[in-house]
Design a protein. Structure first.
Length: 260
């Protein structure tokens, strides 16, 4: 018996086999869920389809989350091909590279709007279009980062977008709770992915993380996926509106030093 037997999952945000979304998709599959994937069109044939095939998934749909029609089209197809939805994973974000370096005060209006649109509003758009398909007990999971809570060098506008995303989680949890739908975020410690490479100073921060995090190791996509499986499962049936840290305890430190 798998923990997620009989559940249908749709995962947004696979770019390659290093993506957090991919770690989660694979783990959901291993625990018994039927998994569909959505990603930006340019990545679909070369990157996403082969990964989908490796977990027996045939539902692979393009979607730029800035486009409401594209979002709707994914869920229309899901409804026609699969039907009910029990697990929705939102593991995507974007900001201009220029806005992930230098001073936050220099963030342009357009850069701010773009980061907030792709990284925060998209959760609202996905939740809204998913709604007709979500079954009681369904779980929505998104990915956030500590830069939402405290200032992290270079994270800049993405920290503001993640703060908005975490607020969206709480508002959506209240909206969708009466229908039995839960909404939570995982705040992951630094993971080496394509998106992370766009953040100035990431390599240095990644390198020193394991020296100061209480559990003294870096975070893997499997670590994040384990918590996603739990949140997706009925074991977390009374958990909603939460931000769960998967960061080896880093966020509890006042002044992060190797002495603790
Ligand atoms: P990734 O590069 O593998 O994934 C980012 C995804 O966002 C890609 O698949 C990309 O195609 C997608 N995306 C960007 N713009 C999009 C758009 N307009 N429409 C649809 N998709 C779009 O990197 P990742 O680190 O796995 O990122 C997944 C999530 O995890 C992000 O929300 C990220 O902020 C979050 N996160 C990452 C870390 C980390 O250290 N890597 C830590 C905490 C949280």
């Amino acid at each position: 018996m798998g923990l997620l037997d009989g559940k249908n999952a749709l995962v947004f945000g696979v770019a390659n086999d290093h993506s957090i979304a991919w770690g989660i998709a694979r783990a959901l599959h291993e625990h018994g869920a039927r998994v569909g994937l959505s990603s930006v069109e340019s990545l679909l044939e070369k990157r996403v389809r082969p990964l989908a095939a490796s977990i027996g998934s045939t539902f692979v749909e393009p979607c730029d989350v800035r486009d409401d029609d594209a979002v709707r089209a994914v869920f229309d197809r899901w409804g026609a091909e699969v039907g009910g939805l029990d697990i929705l994973v939102h593991a995507l974000a974007f900001a201009n590279r220029d806005d992930l370096d230098g001073a936050f005060v220099e963030t342009s209006r357009a850069g701010f709007a773009l980061a907030l649109d792709v990284s925060a509003y998209s959760l609202v758009a996905l939740a809204r279009e998913a709604r007709p398909h979500l079954r009681p007990g369904a779980s929505i999971v998104t990915l956030t980062y500590y830069g939402a809570e405290k200032v992290v060098a270079h994270y800049n506008v993405m920290g503001v977008a993640k703060a908005a995303l975490e607020a969206c989680v709480r508002y959506l949890a209240v909206d969708l709770g009466p229908a039995g739908v839960r909404v939570n975020a995982i705040s992951a410690g630094p993971v080496r992915t394509l998106a992370a490479q766009g953040i100035a100073g990431f390599r240095t921060m990644y390198g020193s993380f394991r020296d100061v995090a209480p559990l003294r190791s870096n975070i893997t996509i499997e670590d994040v996926a384990g918590t996603a499986v739990w949140l997706a499962s009925d074991l977390a049936r009374q958990v909603t509106g939460e931000v769960v840290h998967v960061d080896g305890g880093f966020n509890v430190l006042g002044v992060p030093t190797p002495e603790g």
